[in-house]
Design a protein around this ligand. Structure first.
Ligand code: B3K
Ligand code: ZN
Length: 876
């Protein structure tokens, strides 16, 4: 096998031929689907006559090929594994092809495939080339007309993009529907779904008074689980009108739920296809977190209709143009629908853990990479989450009004076009009158910038000097980094008054909170007229995706935890205070010294519990310790065992010392209100369950009985699952074994609940977790071809830090075995499941050697381009 080739941003050239219109006809059959395509092609003015035509095509059986009605002989074109080239083509012509494909053999879940008895598609990024020969690149935008022919009994429902214009019966029990999509789109937004589906209908009246039909299509047994997605969709449609002035543009918007799906969902024009886990929700089967995920993903895909579909990417290097912007949009939407502070805390703790780790590892890449082997590997946290942080910084730099003007300009200027990240940022610069040229470096430079901060208060002159230094660590292929434009939102909190002091900088009054701009390697900011010793509250709301090093004392942190006017920074102060205590305990564990709990941390927690707080969800977040993964991210050399031991020690100390308070909180937050996923209810459940977690880390019979009662009596999955998890993750076999069994029995028919059942078992800290994974892989509800199952069981296990990192290497071996198996079946999922192994350099020598050996074992196999690329990067 020859090594897969890289594609470079610098090599971009416009397509030689554009498609102005595409006519498709599918004759569906599980093993032999026929696809006829008619493409109206036209030479791009930049190219000379005689330029040959290239069409992408993979795993297609070519049956016929004609130009302007004339069938081409075999010598008139060249066919290889990647596609088809034709040398002498006219300036404008009709190309007709017919191919055969086999959906049932498609386990990669890209192109046209089967999920259960349905036919469905996934074309982003390069799946359309597995359906027909086509210039499968986002800068080729065409109108589509699609006729789907299926068996009337097997496929009563036949869907594609746009509006249905014709339907009818055919001979042999077949029928057809023709769909017209009037909006020019790239091939990656094409979709087709067929099967025995049932619809839930609603409608939405747009701001200009047009009535849009809304349909959610599911398999019959899921008909009761669509309400939340429908409500979320209508909220998202209204929000996009109010916030961005964007109105929906077809008469019909459809969502389909599919069980086998590589990602969360896909924004195909007018026909979004969803992983069933990202659209179905019912209080009995889905947790609060799942409800919130449905709301945000439904919104995300809907928002793509403008940020991605109407205005799309010129090439896949610009992926963050649509993803970063759309994540920012869905985050803002969720913040408006729920508690904004909690949403920010959740998003930041996620990206500080997972995206920072990616940016510090061997697969680190810029938000706009300059090369890739498999674009499917670049749907990453960096493209999505860091990309969203860059848009968030632009939003704050421009200010809300100019940002809105910039986005209006962007949508108006580039509607129907495929554009670049510069085009977007230029609109923001134009609308705000600001210069974002230095800011653009964020898109080209990988790695998380680190800021070393230091403050001095000069009492005599009433001055506070803040010294900031920035550095971005070297990343693979990028050794030297340039200074970035880093906006830092801050306040000075009076150490006596506990309130924000007025800020004066360079003689200018800035109010009680401001943003300073760190653009050089080092800068000093002198605040004058500071008449009280301040504690600086830096990087409020995580105003930039950076690591901030500030030598806060524990007293300062305890002070900010109580007094900061910014909820996010109160939470962050608590996290920092916990980290200081944890670092001491990690050192003690390593040195074999007795562990002593930091009383300042217990006091801070006691104060939080006694005072309560307006927002229960914020309080719950403040009472939650940094995760083991986050703690690991703060260490140069990760000590898996010491981290686990230290964190457990803190949890148990807090449980013991504050037992009565936890119990009081647990009892005060019971409720018999009917379930609703409102911010208020979610916060209350979260707080109650945090209290139960602490109680269960120092359990007695009474506490175990509480958890057992919650498991048995709760009327919603959030509480049931939480109680079951605590029972299974503790040593309460006598209670947990029957509970687990009863749960598995009760929900055996529901794949999404069984995923949770798998996940709970393989994330338990006990040493038998690995045996359970092996055992559960044989369970009838498990399947290696279903990505949700693989994520729940194998992905879940890889998050189980102490067991995945077992010193006998068996955890690594198990994951590598699965990668090798999945490499054949589903390369995209294989390349994702391998991620934890790629972080080998962060661990001790023994673990490094074990992880590396597994990567080398994978490398020695015949590999898909996806897995090949990741393994090469990891071992480079
Ligand atoms: N745009 C899709 C990504 C699908 C890519 C799969 N290889 C999901 C989303 O971001 O909305
Ligand atoms: Zn997206």
């Amino acid at each position: 096998m020859s090594a897969p080739q890289a594609t470079y941003l610098a090599d971009y050239r416009p397509p030689a031929y554009r498609v102005t219109h595409t006519e498709l006809a599918f004759e569906l059959d599980p093993s032999a689907t026929r696809v006829k395509a008619g493409l109206q092609l036209e030479r791009h003015p930049e190219y000379e006559a005689g330029e040959s035509l290239w069409l992408d095509g993979e795993q297609l059986k070519l049956l016929s090929l004609a130009i302007d009605g004339r069938v081409l002989g075999e010598h008139e074109y060249q066919l290889n594994e990647q596609g088809l080239s034709i040398a002498n083509v006219p300036e404008r012509f009709l190309l007709e092809t017919e191919v055969e494909i086999s959906p049932e053999d498609n386990t990669a879940l890209e192109g046209l495939y089967r999920s259960g008895s349905m036919f469905c598609t996934q074309c982003e990024a390069e799946g359309f080339r597995r359906i027909t020969f086509y210039p499968d690149r986002p800068d080729v935008m065409a109108t589509f007309s699609t006729t789907v022919i299926g068996d009337a009994t097997r496929d009563p429902v036949l869907l594609s993009n746009g509006n249905p214009t014709q339907r009818g019966e055919l001979a042999d029990g077949r029928h057809f529907v023709t769909w017209q999509d009037p909006h020019p789109k790239p091939s990656y937004l094409f979709a087709l779904v067929a099967g025995d589906l049932h619809r839930v209908e609603d409608s939405f009246t747009t701001m200009s008074g047009r009535k849009v039909a809304l349909e959610i299509w599911v398999e019959k047994e899921n008909l009761g689980k669509t309400d939340h997605a429908m409500v979320s969709l209508k909220h998202a449609m209204r929000w996009d009108e109010q916030t961005y002035g964007r109105e929906y543009d077809l008469d019909l918007f459809m969502i389909v739920a599919v069980n086998d799906f590589n990602m969360g969902a896909m924004e195909n024009k007018g026909l979004n296809i969803f992983n069933s886990a990202a659209v179905l929700a019912h209080p009995d089967t889905a947790t609060d977190a799942a409800f919130q995920r449905v709301e945000s993903i439904v919104a995300h895909e809907y928002f793509h209709n403008w940020s991605g579909n109407r205005v799309t990417c010129r090439d896949w290097f610009q992926l963050s143009l649509k993803e970063g912007f759309t994540v920012f949009r869905d985050q803002s939407f969720s913040a408006d629908m729920n508690s904004a502070a909690v949403k920010r805390i959740e998003d930041v703790s996620f990206f500080r853990t997972a995206q920072f780790a990616e940016d510090a590892g061997p697969t680190a890449h810029p938000v706009r990479p300059d090369h890739y082997i498999q674009i499917g590997n670049f749907y990453t946290l960096t493209i999505y989450e860091k990309g969203a942080e860059l848009v968030r910084m632009l939003y704050h730099l421009a200010g809300p009004e100019a940002f809105r003007q910039g986005s209006d300009l962007y949508f108006a200027r580039f509607d129907g076009q495929a554009v670049t990240i510069e085009d977007f940022v230029d609109c923001m610069a134009e609308a705000s009158g600001q210069d974002f040229s230095q800011f653009m470096r964020w898109y080209g430079q990988a790695g998380t910038p680190e800021i070393d901060a230091h403050g001095e208060y000069d009492y005599a002159n009433a001055e506070y000097r803040l010294i900031l230094r920035q550095r971005t660590p070297a990343t693979p292929g990028q050794l030297d980094k340039q200074a970035l434009h880093i906006p830092i939102r801050l306040g000075l909190v009076g150490s006596k008054s506990g309130s924000d002091l007025p800020l004066t900088l360079g003689g200018q009054s800035l109010g009680s909170e401001s943003v300073i701009h760190l653009c050089d390697d080092e800068q000093t900011f002198v605040f004058t007229d500071v008449h009280e010793a301040p504690v600086v509250s830096l990087l409020r709301g995580q105003s930039a995706p950076v690591k901030l090093h500030m030598p806060y004392s524990r007293e300062d942190l305890a002070f900010l935890l109580v007094n900061d006017s910014d909820d996010f920074n109160r939470w962050d102060a608590g996290q920092r205070l916990s980290m200081l205590a944890l670092e001491d305990l990690i050192a003690a564990h390593r040195n074999g010294v007795e562990k002593v709990m930091d009383s300042r941390l217990s006091d801070a927690f006691r104060q939080l519990l006694e005072e309560g707080s307006g927002d229960k969800a914020v309080l719950a977040e403040m009472l939650t310790l940094p995760s083991e993964a986050y703690i690991a991210e703060q260490q140069i050399r990760v000590d898996v065992d010491a981290i686990h031991a230290a964190r457990e020690f803190v949890r148990q100390s807090l449980a013991r010392e504050l037992r009565d308070l936890w119990l009081a909180v647990y009892q005060a937050n019971q409720s018999d209100e009917p379930y609703a996923p409102t911010a208020q209810q979610v916060g209350q459940r979260q707080l109650k369950n945090v209290a139960l977690s602490y109680l269960m880390s120092q359990p007695d019979d009474g506490v175990v009985a509480l958890a057992q009662r919650q498991f048995e009596a709760a009327a919603n999955m959030t509480d049931v699952r939480h109680a079951l998890t605590l029972l299974v993750h503790g040593d309460h076999e006598a209670v947990s074994a029957p509970a687990l069994k009863a749960f598995g029995h009760k929900w055996a028919h529901d794949p999404l609940v069984m995923d949770q059942w798998f996940n709970i078992q393989v994330t338990r800290p006990q040493a038998d977790a690995l045996d359970r994974v092996r055992f559960l892989m044989e369970h009838p509800a498990f399947s290696l071809t279903n990505p949700n199952k693989v994520r729940a069981l194998i992905g879940g296990f890889a998050q189980n830090r102490i067991n995945f990192h077992r010193l006998d290497g068996e955890g690594y071996r198990l994951v590598a075995d699965v990668v090798i198996e999945l490499n054949r079946l589903n390369p995209e999922i294989a390349a994702r499941i391998i991620t934890p192994l790629t972080r080998w350099q962060r661990f001790d020598e023994t673990r490094q050697a074990l992880m590396k050996a597994e990567l080398e074992r994978i490398q020695a196999q015949p590999l898909s381009a996806n897995v090949y690329e990741v393994v090469e990067m990891a071992l480079a």
